[in-house]
Each structure stands twice: as structure tokens, then as C-alpha cells.
Design a protein around this ligand. Structure first.
Ligand SMILES: *Cc1c(COP(=O)(O)O)cnc(C)c1O
Length: 527
């Protein structure tokens, strides 16, 4: 195997183990091996060939660069090929099913993209005079209206830029409300189920709270009795996901809300899974005080790889006064932005605002996509999407539980959770099973999350998947499950054999990432 100067294999490990012949170039079929841009470019070259300007005197003096700039030079076609080849290494929902549980990879209707690219939206500057962007402010206001309508909540903060950011917004509002009650330093404990998404405890800690875990009962839901025992005068609130991260509806949610309120705490609901209940259930009816909605998981928008996200956070009457700036207000048919804490106070709305969470007004490109999605679906279409998501997940659960082990009995919501009992004594583990899926052309499901079941495999089939796609996916997984039981671990431990880099050492990649490229020949001093 050849290595580059970072110790990274430059060719697929292939030949010996996969039985596939290695090629002279390292390319396979029409998949082209692509180096880093620094490995293929040259410091001495640039992509432009303008003549050196004559008679120009530098005024940089001592500040003029004395060595080469050290950037790789490529011609325009070379540059284009480099980035197109890299883009083809991405797996995407537009290529096939993306069964990641919890993450909800939705189909992104092309209509949304068209609307988001309208120059009147796409080319706006966030500091443009408000009179010149009335349409954009109307988009924010209309989307806010529908989010309040769908959740049955009186207020919404539009600026949070991801689910985790929405959690921060909601928990900061809860903290501010507690401080305003004169209970600062008294209510310091936040309860969260052991199945919670990692962002929940992280957010609570970020806001200065300590986190106390609530165990799950044997149906995978919050253990209400255990929860009640943990309540006390030092509890600031609870963070519960509904539907939860096991893909199950928390049936006791109203009782949970009542118990927490009775103890003087607030109820934060992680609404990342709103796509399973949108148009069916109004969180406002469930006693929730704050909930973020991941627009990118419920109302489309391409996401993954860290962005973009948008996490508007709905707030109850108790928390609305603490909503962050900026927000849109309409008076006499004109929209304006309330931009600061002082202005909020003057306005009376959000009079005790926690201030700003973002530099500007939120993720506007996603607002246009989410609103297009809502308006093209209509209220009945949004409810239908939720129903189809739940139907698809139950179809997958019903078909797969013949060979795999469903973690809990009964119907699920929008995602189906399996554990690794079906792999017991096969020598195959969850990670091996997931890697074998790559060879079958499927992106793996979410592995080892939630933590409350052993060797978790969390499958979320998007509502837009057809029966044909779902059947092929299920057939492939059933085939793998049977193969694991019949043949044992050898083939699985070697998987994926068709991926260019085979199986990566993910622990080393996470713990010892190589983020810096050092050139073989450092940039030379300029002549
Ligand atoms: C995705 C997700 C989050 C975090 O959302 P981001 O937009 O990734 O910050 C929080 N909770 C749950 C249950 C999620 O699925």
C-alpha cells in the first residue's frame, strides 16, 4: 500500500483481501482516486495567466510577503474536476435511502430550492433597510405564524440556528424565568431521560445546571414513578423528547408536564422528532413550556455534514417574555424588526428578553424552504407526511423483526429501533452489520444510539420512500441477518470491501485527527 507523507493510504487497500484486482492508477471503474488539493496542485503555479503588471510600485513596504504564498495552483478545469470528484464521494438522500434514525434525512422538494434561490430572497443583505425587505420580513412572520399554529404555542423565537441552539434558547429562557422568580441558585437541577439526545444534557450544563438522569421503563418510555421521586424544590425543569429517541410516543407526557409544573419546574420538550406528529398533535396541548423545531428535520432542507440547520423555539406564555431578539413585529401593514433587549422592553413583547443569540435574523434560506414546504403541502399534507413517516417505520419494523430483534414491543412512531440480540452468538456486532450494509449500497442506520438498548440500530425511513425502495432495503437487511446467522463473522469483519478506504479506524480518526497538511517542500523564499 502506498502512503502519502501524512501516513494516509493513497490507494484502496483492496487487492489482497477483497479479491479485486488493483489498478495502476488506483482508480476503480469510473471512481477516481482524488488526492488533497495540496497534493495535486503546485505552489509555483496559479490558475490565471495575466501578465505581470508593469510600472506598479508596491506600497506594502516591510509588509510585503517574502516567501511564496503556499497555495496550490490548478488550472480552471483541474479545479473543477477536483471539486466535482469530491462532491461525488458524498452520499446523499438524492442518491438513495438515508436511514439514519434521529437525524431525519428528508427529501428536499426542488420547488423549495427554486424559491430559496429567487434573487429577492437569495441576494438580500441582512443590514438592508427594513423598508426595502418587507417581503423577507413577511416570510419570517408568516413562518412564525404557522409554527405557532402547528404547535399551539403563543410565541416563537426564530433566530436559533440548529436544534442544539434552540435548546440553548429555551433553557436560557427557563433560567431567566427562574431568576426573575427570585430562585436563582436554588433551582439548579435539570432532569433528562437516559435515552436523551446528547445535546440535551450538554445544553443544561452549558446553562449552569446539573443533570440528573431518569431511567426508562421496560416499554422504553420515561419511568413516571422514578421521575416523580426525583422532583424537588431544586429542580429547574425537565428535558424530554417526544416522540422519544427510541421512536416511541411518551404516553404519560401530560402527567409528566403536570408533575413538573406542580414541583415548580418548567418543561422543555426536544421537538427534533416533530416530523412524526406535525399536524396530528399540538405540543401546546401537552403542557410544554419550550420546544425547538428542527426545520431541517421536519420541513425539509438539505442538511448533514454539520449544516445548515434552523431551530426555531416555541415558548409558552410563562417563557415568552424572555424570548431572544430580534423578532418581527407588524403594525399598520408594515413589518419591523425589534433588534435589542432595550427595544424589546419598549415594545412590551419579550419585555425581559435574554438578548441576541445570533448576529442577524436566523437562517433565512431555511425559512424560505420551510415555508415553501408548508405551503405546498398544506395542513393536510403536513399531517399526511407525518402519517407516512410513521407508516414507513412500522412497515420496516414489521418486516425486519422476522430476522432482527425489535427493541420494544408494539408499534413505533417515525423510527424503528432494533437491538443486537439477533446477532448473539454470531460473532457479528452492530458495527459489522452496519458496515456490511455499505457493500449492499445502503448508508448505515444510526448505530449504538440511544444508549438504553444494547447495540442499538435506529432506522428512520423517510416518509417519501416508496414501497419498492423500502422492500429492497428490507430484503438487503434480512439477507444480511440470515447471512450473519449462517456464516458467522468473517465476511462481516472485513466489510465494507467495496468502499475505497475499506473500514476506517474511527476511534483514531476522532481522537487523533490529522487536520494539518505539511508540504514535502515548504514554500520557498521569493527570489
Ligand atoms: C438532531 C437532534 C438534536 C439536535 O439538533 P441539531 O440541529 O443537530 O443541533 C437534538 N435532539 C434530537 C432528538 C435530535 O434528533
Amino acid at each position: 500500500m502506498s502512503m502519502n507523507n501524512q501516513g494516509r493510504p493513497t490507494r484502496a487497500v483492496g487487492a489482497a483481501t477483497s479479491g479485486a484486482a488493483s489498478t495502476f492508477t488506483g482508480n476503480k471503474a469510473l471512481q477516481i482516486e482524488e488526492g488533497l488539493i495540496f497534493e495535486i496542485g503546485h505552489f509555483a503555479e496559479t490558475g490565471v495567466d495575466l501578465p505581470e503588471p508593469e510600472g506598479v510600485e508596491s506600497r506594502l513596504g516591510d509588509l510585503a510577503r517574502s516567501s511564496e504564498i503556499g497555495l496550490p495552483g490548478l488550472s480552471e478545469p483541474e479545479t473543477m474536476r477536483h471539486y466535482v470528484r469530491l462532491s461525488q464521494k458524498n452520499y446523499a438522500i438524492d442518491m438513495g435511502p438515508f436511514p439514519l434514525g434521529s437525524c431525519t434525512m428528508k427529501h428536499n422538494p426542488r420547488l423549495n430550492e427554486k424559491v430559496a434561490r429567487l434573487p429577492g430572497f437569495a441576494d438580500l443583505h441582512p443590514l438592508a433597510p427594513q423598508d426595502s425587505v418587507q417581503g423577507a420580513l413577511e416570510v419570517i412572520d408568516t413562518l412564525a405564524h404557522w409554527l405557532k399554529e402547528l404547535t399551539g404555542m403563543p410565541a416563537v423565537a426564530m433566530s436559533p440556528k440548529a436544534g442544539a441552539h434552540g435548546e440553548l434558547c429555551g433553557m436560557m429562557a427557563i433560567k431567566a424565568a427562574i431568576d426573575a422568580r427570585g430562585e436563582a441558585g436554588v433551582r439548579t437541577r435539570v432532569l433528562a431521560p437516559e435515552s436523551a439526545h446528547g445535546t440535551n444534557p450538554a445544553t443544561a450544563v452549558q446553562c449552569g445546571f446539573s443533570v440528573d438522569g431518569i431511567p426508562a421503563d421496560d416499554t422504553g418510555r420515561v419511568d413516571l414513578a422514578a421521575l416523580k421521586e426525583k422532583l424537588g424544590p431544586d429542580v429547574a425543569g425537565i428535558m424530554v423528547t417526544n416522540p422519544n429517541t427510541c421512536g416511541l410516543f411518551e404516553r404519560d407526557i401530560k402527567a409528566i408536564a403536570d408533575a413538573v409544573h406542580e414541583a415548580g419546574g418548567y418543561f422543555y420538550c426536544d421537538g427534533a422528532n416533530f416530523n412524526a406528529i406535525a399536524g396530528k398533535v399540538k405540543p401546546g396541548d401537552l403542557g410544554i413550556d419550550a420546544m425547538h423545531i428542527n426545520l431541517h428535520k421536519t420541513f425539509s432542507t438539505p442538511h448533514g455534514g454539520g449544516g445548515p440547520g434552523s431551530g426555531p423555539t416555541v415558548l409558552s406564555d410563562a417563557l415568552a417574555p424572555f424570548a431572544p431578539a430580534p423578532f418581527v413585529v407588524k403594525d399598520d401593514a408594515r413589518y419591523h424588526l425589534v433588534e435589542s433587549r432595550a427595544a424589546a422592553k419598549e415594545e412590551g413583547e419579550a419585555a425581559s428578553s435574554i438578548g441576541r443569540l445570533t448576529a442577524f435574523h436566523g437562517q433565512f434560506g431555511m425559512f424560505t424552504r420551510a415555508l415553501s414546504y408548508m405551503m405546498s403541502h398544506g395542513v393536510d399534507g403536513v399531517a399526511q407526511a407525518a402519517e407516512d413517516a410513521v407508516l414507513n417505520a412500522n412497515y420496516v419494523q414489521a418486516r425486519l423483526k422476522t430476522e432482527m430483534t425489535a427493541a420494544f414491543d408494539g408499534y413505533c412512531m417515525h423510527e424503528a429501533l432494533f437491538d443486537d440480540r439477533f446477532l448473539k452468538e454470531t460473532g457479528v456486532e452492530t458495527v459489522d452489520f452496519a458496515k456490511a450494509m455499505i457493500d449492499e449500497g445502503y448508508h448505515p442506520m444510526t448505530m449504538y444510539f440511544p444508549l438504553v438498548v444494547h447495540g442499538a440500530m435506529l432506522i428512520e425511513p423517510t416518509e417519501s420512500e416508496s414501497l419498492r425502495e423500502l422492500d429492497q432495503f428490507c430484503d438487503a437487511l434480512i439477507h444480511l441477518a440470515k447471512k450473519a446467522k449462517a456464516e458467522g463473522p468473517d465476511a462481516f469483519k472485513a466489510a465494507p470491501i467495496h468502499a475505497p478506504r475499506r473500514r476506517l479506524d474511527e476511534t483514531a480518526a476522532a481522537r487523533k485527527p490529522v487536520l494539518r497538511w505539511t508540504p514535502e517542500r515548504p514554500p520557498q523564499a521569493a527570489e
